[in-house]
Design a protein around this ligand. Structure first.
Ligand code: GLY
Length: 436
């Protein structure tokens, strides 16, 4: 490591963290990269650390051992737990908001109050702290004429599982019982948000935020259901198209003016010095864009799709944000190309039980427009690659257009370059607008 290089530690173990490590590895300013705990793919470009990313003291000790000059926090759990605050208090430069900023993601109820206070468009939402009142509200709601569906969300973080879309009174009743009576999500489900279900299309927008300043990353379209044509159960994300095929400059401007800027201003009003990724999940309706939820971290698998589209130095950008310095003047360059990320999942995902399987990936991925990011993978004692989770790999294809990126990624997968027993994936990622 030269004196101009900085060691970087990334917290997390998914495809997002592999994509961040891959992009940071390209920076001439980065020395060694450590990923805590990492996965079978990050191990090829970084060192894995046996560290719990939510354990503040363990993380701090590791930063000292690794001489890390920048920590990038991937998942929401350590953010909500205040790992960012703790590291900063101990003079470790950290990319990722403190717990006050992460509360926008950590409490769905808080997010609703925040949006109401700052006039940020969002679906009609009511927060309940007790089952009896939630039930009364639902009885009244479904006895009305409109009888539109609702979305019921557990207040706290549930690893992406605490959101239930309900089209009938029975489904809604079961969802509040699951959360508030059977307590299947523990403390996270003691309060719930009941939201009117909106019609439209969803957009992921991620902004790198440094206090008052921000830059937008390419927009993207996540595909949450397990099967083609948005059928099947909700998952952590089965694939992404970037940029989003239906978001033009005019719509993006509206999103920026009505959502991104008021959110940053609202955080400032709360005296939150936000240094990290702000990622509202947005539904574009006939009444304009509305925030469905806030995330305060990089999206997964959005990050895997977007990383290949970034042509600037990611380390400089994240360091600048971590230092609370302005970002706009960097004029961070984004490629004009498009990408499609396809999640290869284990048999049974998003349910269980998930069984460990050996993974075969072509040693030489000859196509420079394809990258394979690892998520649920691990290496055994013989260094053989095994599945170790539901979402196993994200294969990303890049091309001049979404259509080219799509052909590239599916050709790669369908030629048998990557395989494990029980592997399944969606075949319609980015198919919404075929010729963009
Ligand atoms: N792609 C959804 C998420 O990151 O929450």
């Amino acid at each position: 490591m030269s004196q101009h290089e900085t060691n970087v530690m990334i917290l997390g173990s998914g495809g997002r963290e592999h994509a961040l490590a891959w992009k940071l590895r390209q920076s001439k300013f980065v020395g060694d990269i450590f990923v805590a705990p990492g996965n079978g793919g990050t191990e090829d470009i970084a060192s894995s650390l046996d560290v719990d990313p939510s354990n503040k003291r363990e993380v701090l000790e590791a930063t000292k051992d690794c001489n890390a000059g920048l920590v990038v926090i991937g998942p929401e759990k350590p953010l909500v737990a205040g790992v960012g605050d703790f590291l900063r208090e101990n003079n470790v430069l950290t990319y990722g908001p403190g717990s006050a900023g992460a509360l926008l993601e950590g409490s769905k109820g808080e997010a609703v109050l925040f949006m109401k206070a700052n006039d940020i468009p969002h679906p009609e939402s009511v927060v309940f702290h007790d089952y009896v009142n939630a039930k009364k509200y639902l009885d009244l709601y479904f006895s009305g004429k409109a009888k539109k569906g609702v979305v019921i969300k557990a207040d706290g973080p549930c690893d992406g599982k605490g959101v239930v879309v309900c089209d009938s009174a029975e489904q809604a009743q079961d969802a509040i019982e699951q959360m508030m009576v059977r307590e299947e999500f523990g403390l996270a489900g003691q309060s719930v948000v009941i939201q009117k279900k909106l019609e439209g299309f969803e957009v992921s927008v991620m902004a790198i935020v440094s206090g008052d300043d921000y830059i937008l990353l390419p927009t993207s379209e996540d595909h949450k259901q397990s099967h083609d044509n948005d059928q099947g159960k909700n998952t952590g994300g089965m694939g992404v198209a970037a940029p989003h095929p239906l978001v033009d400059d005019a719509l993006l401007k509206v999103i920026e003016e009505r959502i991104i800027r008021p959110t940053i201003a609202g955080l400032r009003k709360r005296k939150v010095d936000f240094r990290g990724t702000l990622y509202p999940g947005i539904m574009v309706t006939t009444d304009g864009p509305q925030v469905l939820e806030y995330n305060t971290r990089f999206g997964d698998p959005e990050t895997e799709a977007i990383a290949p589209l970034l042509s600037g130095d990611l380390f400089t950008l994240l360091k600048q944000a971590a230092e609370g310095r302005p970002l706009h003047h960097l004029k961070y360059p984004i490629k004009k190309s498009s990408s499609i990320a396809v999640t290869l999942a284990s048999k049974g995902y998003p349910g269980g039980p998930l069984e460990e399987r050996e993974i075969n990936i072509s040693e030489n991925v000859a196509d420079p427009n394809v990258i394979v990011f690892h998520a649920g993978t691990a290496r055994d004692e013989q260094r053989r690659l095994k599945t170790s989770g539901g979402r196993v790999l994200m294969v990303v294809g890049e091309g001049k257009t979404l259509s080219v990126a799509r052909d590239t990624v599916y050709q790669f997968i369908e030629s048998g370059n990557v395989y494990f027993d029980g592997m399944h994936y969606r075949r319609d990622i980015g198919a919404r607008v075929r010729n963009k």
